[in-house]
Ligand binder design. Sequence first.
Ligand SMILES: [Fe+2]
Ligand SMILES: [Fe+2]
Length: 390
Amino acid sequence: MQVSHFLSTKSPATIWIPRSLDLPHHGRTPPISVVRVPTSAVAAPPKIQKIHSMPPEKAEVFKSLENWAAKNVLPLLKPVEDCWQPQTFLPDPSLPIADFTEQVKALRERTAELPDEYFVVLVGDMITEDALPTYQTMINTLDGVKDETGASPSVWASWTRAWTAEENRHGDLLRTFLYLSGRVDMLQIEKTVQYLIGSGMDPGTENNPYLGFVYTSFQERATFVSHGNTARLAKDGGDPVLARICGTIAADEKRHEHAYSRIVEKLLEVDPTGAMMAIADMMKKRITMPAHMMFDGKDPRLFEHFSAVAQRMGVYTADDYADILEALIARWKLEKMEGLTGEGRQAQQFVCGLAPRIRKLQERADERAKKMKAHGVKFSWIFNKEVALV
Ligand SMILES: [Fe+2]
Ligand SMILES: [Fe+2]
C-alpha cells in the first residue's frame, strides 16, 4: 500500500488548466484498491488516490516488449563516456585559486543583466530537477516495469536507472551555477528541495505504466520547452554560457521525450484502445507538474506563484501545454487511428478535441487577467525581492 504524507500546506497544482474538461465516463477497469491521502496538513479534504489500475494480465505486454525496448529504447541513452558533465560548463576548481576566482567573476559578470524574475524561473526549474529521487520512485511504482531489486537486469529497470543518472546531471549543473552566481538565496532553495522531496508528487499514474509513460512523454517535452526558453532568455540577456547550459539540458530532455513517446507509440500499436484510453485518462486529469508540491517554509502558494512568473516570462505557458498535446497527437497519429473499440473512439475524440478547448478557456482567463490590477509577490529564493505576477 502506498503511504504518502505531505509536510506543508500548499495550493493545488496548476493555476490555469480548467477543471471542466471532463471525459465522459467510459467504464475503465476499476482499480484494485483505493487509498485516501490527505492533500494538506490542514484543512483540505483527503484526496482519493487510485492504485494498481492496470489489470495484472497487461503486465505481460511489457514483458513481451523487453526485446523491442532493448533495440528501440535503450539506444536512446548516451554512453557515460560520451555524456557532458556539470563540470564541463563550470569554473574549474582545480585551477590556481586566482584563476578559479577569475572564472567565477566572469560568470557573475555575465549574469549581471539577467532580471530577478529570470532567476525565479531558473530556481524553480532547478528545484524541479533536484527532486529527482521522487521521479525515480514514481517510475518504480509502475507495475510490470519497476526495478524489482535496485539492480534488476530487466530492460525497463536498466532504462530507468540510466535515465535517472542522465537526469541527475541537470539539477547538479543548475544548482552549482546558481550557487556561484550569488544571485539567489541558497539556504531557501535547499529548504525548498528538502520540503519537496519529503512531499513527493501525485501525478495520478496509479502504478499503471500505460499512464506512467504518457505522463513522462508529456513531461519530458514540457521540460524541453521550459529549458529551451530559459536558454533563449539567457542568450538575449547576455549570458551565452548559461544559454548553452540550458540548451544542453533541453537536448537531453528531447532525447528522453523521444524514448518515452516511442514506448507509447508501441503501446498504441499492440493495444490501441488501452493506450488511447490511457492518454485520455491522463489528459482528463490534467498533467500535473512534477514540482507541484513545492514549498519554502514561507509561501503556501509558492508553486502557483512560480508558475505565474514562468507564464508571464513565456518560459512555460498554457499555450505550451496545448502545443505539447498537439505535438504528441501528431507524433502518435491519434487522429487517424483505427481499430479502436467504442470506448477507444470516445477517448480519441476527447483527446483530439482538447487542445482548442484549452486555448479558448485560456483566452478567457487572459482577458480576466488583463482586467486585474498589477501585483507582485516576494520570493524567498531571491532574498525576498518582489517580482510582478500580472
Ligand atoms: Fe531534467
Ligand atoms: Fe527529463
